[in-house]
Design a protein around this ligand. Structure first.
Ligand code: FES
Ligand code: MG
Length: 571
């Protein structure tokens, strides 16, 4: 592949007026002439933003990537795309994942780039950038920002999953507002993203298991100097990837996706993994369906003892051997020969890994929990599917029938949840409608509804809850998510009423309401079209075109790619 002409030569290799324009303005940054003479031009796609605290250290990380690119003889150019901070963006960062993917795709294609390094951190920034890059398909490597150090509060370890516990404690009167304020600072005490196996960590693991990163990318803490070393080495490696013409489509085979699914099960990854991986598969043209995620049936055990399914934190995972040690355990479940960005088969990247702490990374023979992964549910409430994470659920509730207590939308839920007159007990099934992709819009992480205050005070900590929304990867409970079709798209969840009997059987993979098809059809005739959808702007585009959760919630017209060729000049 050595002689393949660099893509960037279509800009910087030109003579005459066009070449002048392409180079001259770049030179105002102090770039010497030789940089433009046939060096691979590497874009560093940066989701840095002070509004995305998890990615706020990315300008420094980009410097390490640049050092590596220079060292290997490349020409680095850093560029921003819209950033998505999970904690601040309303109504939900997920609404903008597809927008960021478009930003990344168009920025990569439109510019003189031969390869790209994706700097990913907070939840949605990882899938958004990978999705966009897939639709261009030039050599690409992912560098994650790393997780925060474990929080320390009153002598104990805390991280994001404790937010739900603190909020329960505050509502039950066991924690004061002052204590809450102190805990805030104790939890987020270093750079990096959430320190549990939430969605950000899940996405970093996904990228590593897909083969899109150098080994160890997922678990090195953000504050650990080895994170910078990995960024530097990734910068060096992308230059060679350009020379080898090793593209995303070479790495992202169906087998690579299967490796990611197996690894996600073993680490107790977030349910959001499903939606993001489906969307990535759609962009790169790999056939994948929601049924391929039914990993609880495959006998893959839970190996990583990490919150929210277990006890430990992301930094513990790194000290215990990281993802290579996990994948080494999983060897018999994995495709060993899939090519990764370092040009080596996956098995080469983990075969020398060692586990230093069996309490954090268990062996396949003695797993931390036999229940792992995700169960896909089907039934008359969710013809296209719904999901539940057994390892985060209460074993006694995985087969359960109960009376529905229905909230029509998020406002209804918020206004009535703590009403002392709410007719609910711990055997009921809480139903939340209209929090799906089109309905909310953007499918927010509200599926792990709070337990009503009066039940909390009775000591109830879990109930069956179901919705067309998502749950934070840091959340837990017996929570059925991603019900498809969603209420706003006329799904059966839209016609559920208080008192309907709902039965969940995770072992059989079913979720049903005790209603006849005729009764459901009759109720559906009474449904009226939503009147509150956006009439302009991106949200209009989103609501008109977003696909349902079981397909990955991408915009229908973004499926596939448009390649990297551009046939028209700008001048
Ligand atoms: Fe950014 Fe959790 S809020 S990773
Ligand atoms: Mg999250």
């Amino acid at each position: 592949m050595k002689d393949k002409k660099l893509r960037s030569a279509e800009w910087f290799g030109r003579t005459g007026k066009d070449g002048f324009i392409y180079r001259s303005w770049m030179k105002n940054q102090g770039i010497p002439a030789h940089e433009f003479k046939g060096k691979p031009v590497i874009g560093i796609c940066n989701t840095w933003s002070e509004l995305t605290p998890c990615n706020a250290h990315f300008r420094e990380l980009a410097e390490s990537v640049k050092h590596g690119i220079y060292e290997a003889g490349g020409f680095p150019v850093e560029f921003p795309v819209m950033s998505l901070g999970e904690t601040l963006i309303k109504p939900t960062a997920m609404l903008y994942r597809n927008l960021v993917s478009m930003d990344a795709e168009e920025s990569i294609r439109a510019n003189p780039l031969d390869g790209v390094v994706l700097l990913c951190g907070c939840d949605k920034t990882t899938p958004a950038l990978i999705m966009g890059a897939c639709s261009v398909d030039i050599p690409t490597i992912v560098v994650s920002g790393g997780a925060m150090l474990t929080g320390k509060y009153q002598g104990r370890d805390i991280a994001t999953s404790d937010v739900w516990r603190f909020s329960e404690a505050e509502r039950a009167g066991r924690m004061s507002e002052d204590e809450m304020n102190i805990a805030e600072a104790c939890m987020s005490r270093s750079r990096g993203h959430c320190a549990v196996m939430g969605t950000a960590s899940t996405m970093a693991v996904m990228a590593e298991a897909l083969g899109l990163t150098l080994p160890d990318n997922a678990a090195i803490p953000a504050a650990d100097s080895r994170r910078k070393v990995l960024a530097h080495l990734s910068g060096m490696r992308i230059v060679d990837m350009v020379k080898e013409d090793l593209k995303l489509s070479d790495v992202l085979t169906r087998q690579a996706f299967d490796n990611a699914i197996v690894t996600n099960a073993a680490i107790g990854g977030s349910t959001n993994f499903i939606i993001h991986l489906l969307a990535i598969a759609g962009r790169i043209g790999v056939e994948l369906s929601i049924d391929d995620f039914n990993t609880s049936a495959l006998g893959i055990p839970l190996l990583a003892n990490l919150q929210p399914s277990g006890k430990y934190f992301m930094e513990d995972l790194y000290y215990a051997g990281g993802i290579p040690a996990v994948m080494k355990e999983l060897d018999k479940f994995l495709y060993r020969d899939t090519i990764t960005v370092n040009g080596k088969p996956m098995a080469d990247n983990y075969k020398t890994a060692e586990c230093y702490n069996r309490d954090v990374i268990a062996s396949v023979e003695t797993p931390f929990n036999k229940l792992a992964g995700i169960s896909v549910l089907k039934g008359n409430i969710c013809e296209h599917g719904a999901v539940i994470k057994p390892s985060a659920a209460t074993p006694g509730l995985m087969k359960h029938a109960g009376r529905a207590v229905v909230f029509e939308n998020i406002d209804d839920y918020k206004s009535r949840l703590d009403d002392p007159d709410l007719d609910i007990d711990e055997t009921c099934v809480m139903v939340l409608k209209n929090v799906g992709p089109k309905g909310y819009p953007g499918m927010p992480e509200v599926g792990n509804m709070n337990i009503p205050k009066k039940l909390l005070e009775k000591g109830v900590h879990d109930m069956v809850r179901l919705s067309d929304g998502r749950m934070s990867g840091t959340g837990f409970g017996t929570v059925v998510l991603h019900v498809s079709p969603e209420a706003s798209a006329g799904g059966t969840i839209a016609v559920l009423k208080d008192g309907d009997m709902i039965s969940l059987d995770v072992f059989k993979g079913t979720l049903n309401v005790d209603l006849s098809d005729t009764e459901i059809a009759e109720r559906k005739k009474q449904l009226t079209a939503p009147t509150d959808w956006a009439t302009r702007g991106y949200v209009y585009l989103y609501q008109q075109h977003v696909e349902q959760a079981h397909l990955g919630a991408d915009l229908d017209f973004l499926k596939g790619g448009s390649g990297s060729e551009i046939h028209k000049d700008s001048h």
